[in-house]
Design a protein around this ligand. Structure first.
Ligand SMILES: [Zn+2]
Length: 210
């Protein structure tokens, strides 16, 4: 299910659930995670002008939200290990091929095909490394305006905790506002009383002339 968490609540930690977003399981480790926004759709049109204008637009428009201690469950950790291992494994053919070439072994036409396969494996490997990284595992994207992080595939248990955390924070905020308002009222009343006492009838002081 889909849920959004206000960026301020992620940064402060007040809105961060105790379970992971993928599996809804209790956290066994917490990591610092930097969530980023996806580039707006129109920026892809810039690719017609080349990669550089696109990359500049993406960098300029990108919104970031840092979570100091994002929750990951045991399954998340397992997934991280698996994907990292597969990722590094897929980088190996290219490394081996380069090593063989440097060793002076002639591979001829076969070598070119092996190189092509190794390069494709390498690209897939980088994909595994990225998707197994703790930044992408939570599957959260910052909104274009940076106000919130959206989790489109959130586990219901995560969504429920996020909602509860939001309500707690909202109540706390309302209570703080109420306390501040009461303190202001009391201060105003005290000032009023002091003014009355100072200029009450029978005292020698007179109110200042306007
Ligand atoms: Zn998990």
């Amino acid at each position: 299910m889909s849920i959004g968490i206000f960026s301020s609540l992620v940064t402060s930690g007040a809105g961060v659930p105790g379970v992971c977003s993928r599996h809804g399981e209790p956290a066994v480790l917490r990591k610092r995670v930097r969530f980023i926004s996806k580039p707006p759709g129109w920026t892809y049109a810039l690719l017609l002008c080349g990669a550089l204008p696109f990359l500049i637009a993406v960098m300029v428009l990108r919104k970031e939200v840092k979570a100091e201690a994002w929750p990951f469950c045991a399954q998340c950790r397992q997934l991280h290990k698996q994907r990292t291992l597969i990722g590094w494994g897929l980088l190996l053919p290219l490394v081996l091929l380069i090593a063989i070439t440097f060793a002076g072994v002639e591979l001829g036409q076969t070598g070119l095909w092996l190189l092509l396969v190794a390069i494709v494996a390498c690209a897939v490997g980088f994909g595994f490394l990225a998707r197994g990284g703790y930044r992408l595992l939570p599957q959260g994207d910052v909104a274009q305006d940076g106000s919130a992080i959206g989790f489109k595939k959130a586990h219901p248990a995560f969504a429920a905790e996020a909602q509860a955390a939001y309500e707690r924070a909202a109540q706390q905020h309302a209570a703080q506002q109420q306390t501040a308002w009461q303190a202001n009222q009391q201060q105003a009343q005290a000032q009023q009383a002091a003014l009355h006492a100072a200029y009450a009838p029978g005292t020698s002081q007179q109110p200042p002339q306007a």
